[in-house]
Design a protein around this ligand. Sequence first.
Ligand code: GLA
Length: 432
Amino acid sequence: MTNDAPVFAPALSPQEGTEAATALFREVFEAEPDGVWYAPGRVNIIGEHTDYNGGLALPIALPHRAHLALRRREDRVVRLVSPQTREKVDVMDLDTIGPKGTPGEVAHWASYIAGVAWSLERDGFENLPGFDAALVSCVPLGGGLSSSAALECSAAVAIDEVAHLGLAGTAQEPDDAGRARLVTNCVRTENEMAGAPTGGMDQSASLRCREGHALELDCRDGSVTHVPFDLAAEGLALLVIDTKAKHSLDDGQYGARRAACERAAEILGVELLADIAIEDLPGALERLAATDGDDADELVKRTRHVVTEIDRTRRLVALLQDGQPLRGEKLSEAGRLMDASHESLRVDYECTCPELDVAVEAARAAGAHGARMTGGGFGGSAIALVDADAVHDVARAVAEAYQREGFNPPAFLDAVPAAPAGRLACAAPTHR
Ligand code: GLA
């Protein structure tokens, strides 16, 4: 037994986030920011590794956010600082920055912010102004909760406003088509400037979610449906378990999964694996198994995960939308779909790790209705659907299992569906 209470990573309140980012900005740049913008991290409830296959995902925005205090400049210089880099401000020029692997490559974290301006210029918004910005984020870094998408999306809504692009609207009255365009730019930033070949689920969640709702995202055409997801009203909670096992989306594993899906789609003669209907899956798997490459078994497994995961996502969305309380058999079925998702990611997609599997098993054994890894995997976080009054017991059971296994202690977050990226209340821009 561990006597230590499980550690919960609190979200900064909007006021705390505004104050911290503004204070850092004043300290380093000795001026007032034009405003403070924020963007949330996310957890995905189900629909993993489906986005780049044109399938469905179902994320929520977290109350944990990146806060960016930003001031427009008259030249093309970008200066960035965070609490971790306050001793050495990153300075770059929008005229010379470029993608990873080119002479204009910029420091990793800076690429997520300055890269958005670079991408927007490629999207036709020419000659954007430079800016000074101070970042304070409470999205756990490398926790599989979209800490990098939160950076991109906070930069996107800030640049949108100070450069008068007119795309984002506000968090309360978002312009969804404009935000979809910002998503495209944030994904390009991640793919080209940071070199991580991810799909668009994280950025869509950060920019397009709604408070109290999950976002059904159809990655084929970018269309969204806001699915009511008020767990507290049902006496439930979503416990996030940050395994502290570091994951990375640019170390080749993620890209290898994506490439296998593309190969499978090509062999099957479809554009994307989402084009394979669940009824046609057995025939598709037979065809893949019959190919003579060394990777036939791998392609069978990856395809089986993607097509069954899209089906599970569709079924969970239908359950959540039937207007009935999430109790009894309906709750059990939701839990079974989450469990089956994890199993498929473990066995067929092979993107879990011991820390994720132990977290999921311990949470289930302690009474979770369902549990699964969330995000890209290979580390990062898991989620468990639990009774609201059992959150701490389940967290403690997971922490104890980690101690038995000799893993580093996990951290926990309470995931309440929160608002999308926007601007925090503070003084209006004082210039221009
Ligand atoms: C990461 C990526 C997303 C998505 C998930 C897996 O979070 O950034 O685009 O592919 O993994 O669902």
